[in-house]
Design a protein around this ligand. Structure first.
Ligand SMILES: *Cc1c(COP(=O)(O)O)cnc(C)c1O
Length: 386
């Protein structure tokens, strides 16, 4: 039997009757855009993460753009983010006219290095060309960034903090979700993410009511929202008022209906993912030079189980020949990509990021992995002596 990198079929088999019923219900009522399931899911998502407001949107990339747009980030502004991440984290920054500033990561967790972040902010301020505005921390591979340290730096320098939790949605640090520290948490429902739908989707979460309202407006072409309308009278339907330049970024009703069913089993799936991770950690051979280490007090959602190996490409080829799928996240850091190489970097460059890019390899990881399958994966790694 072939080994799945992420086994979405096993999850689907578990909740199939509920999914079928949820999809049939949407087909029956026909409200395919902004139907009742969208608001229902937003409430449940907010409840899950202990954040007051959830605004769903079309994907996890737009989710990061929405708060930047709502805050009016633009030309002349600096947005600090890691380079060792999926493109979307940095991509949305130039959309607004602002510039990403790439900061190095910690060697054990792959997440933003707070000391290097602070040094980069100080250097950008001293240079004077850009105004520091926002930090985007990423919960890479599922584990929370060092939010207590990062949020203290943001407060000291008057910067907003976004938690890009596309991979880490559901993760906690000392029992708190990233939104405990971040002004905004964003996530993606791309199918392979820990909480995924059957297509594209995303969400933005915040405790700031005015910000949530502005992002709700922006995702529907800058439509008039309650605070725009309050105390005014109109001689036409205010539905067609466009108060600000927005975009079209809605979560489909069908996807919301599917996500409601997936959210029901999500907490249990995080527990299962952690059991798989623990079993890898206990049984991987010593030839693996680094197994994942989670920040003290942190619980990861294990979007990826990423190890390091001195002969990464040799191991990848050996695994492929043994029928074990693997993947490399990320072979080319953002600050080296041709479209991004001209943007500012933290002082001293990004040596940790560059070293990691040639050593990391991610193993199959999902909540429904059997011991037998995991043993085959571990045996294949043990059998590699390159
Ligand atoms: C997947 C991902 C995104 C973007 O999500 P999409 O839904 O694919 O747009 C953003 N940031 C990180 C870290 C991701 O892994």
């Amino acid at each position: 039997m072939s080994i799945a990198f992420i086994d979405l079929a096993a999850q689907q088999a578990r909740i199939k009757p509920a999914l079928d019923a949820a999809i049939a219900k949407v087909l029956a009522h026909g409200a395919y855009v902004m139907g009742p399931e969208v608001g229902e899911f937003e409430c449940q998502l907010a409840g899950f993460s202990g954040i007051k407001y959830a605004v769903s949107c079309a994907n996890g990339t737009d989710a990061i753009a929405l708060p930047l747009m709502a805050w009016g980030v633009g030309a002349g502004d600096a947005v600090f983010c890691p380079s060792f991440t999926f493109a979307a984290t940095a991509e949305v920054v130039p959309w607004t006219g602002a510039e990403p500033v790439f900061v190095d990561i910690l060697p054990d967790t792959y997440n933003l290095d707070p000391q290097k972040l602070e040094a980069a902010i100080v250097a950008i301020k001293a240079e004077g060309r850009l105004t520091p505005k926002v930090v985007i921390a990423v919960d890479l591979f599922g584990q929370p960034a060092d939010y207590p340290a990062i949020s203290a730096i943001c407060q000291r320098h008057g910067l907003k903090l976004i938690a890009d939790s596309a991979q880490g949605f559901g993760c906690t640090l000392n029992g708190q979700h990233p939104g405990h520290w971040a002004d905004v948490t964003t996530t993606s429902f791309f199918p392979a993410k820990p909480l995924g739908c059957y297509g594209d989707g995303g969400a933005v979460l915040t405790d700031d009511e005015a910000l949530a309202e502005r992002m709700d407006s922006l995702r529907v072409h800058g439509k008039a929202v309650k605070s725009d309308i309050a105390g005014r009278t109109f001689d036409h339907d205010p539905k067609y008022l466009n108060m600000r330049i927005g975009m079209n970024s809605r979560l489909d009703t069908l996807q919301a209906a599917i996500l409601i069913e997936k959210l029901n089993v999500f907490a249990d799936e995080i527990v299962r993912r952690n059991a798989v991770a623990d079993r890898y950690a206990a049984n991987l051979p010593a030839s693996v030079t680094q197994i994942p280490s989670v920040i003290a007090g942190g619980i990861s959602t294990w979007a990826q189980y990423t190890i390091e190996h001195a002969n990464r490409d040799g191991l990848a080829a050996h695994l492929k020949a043994s029928g074990v799928p693997s993947a490399v996240y990320y072979p080319v850091p953002m600050h080296i990509q041709s479209a991004y190489a001209h943007y500012p970097k933290g002082a001293g460059g990004l040596p940790v990021t560059e070293a990691k890019a040639s050593r990391v390899i991610s193993l199959p990881m999902h909540p429904y992995m059997t011991h037998a399958v995991q043993d085959r994966i571990i045996d294949a790694i043990s059998g590699f002596n390159g």
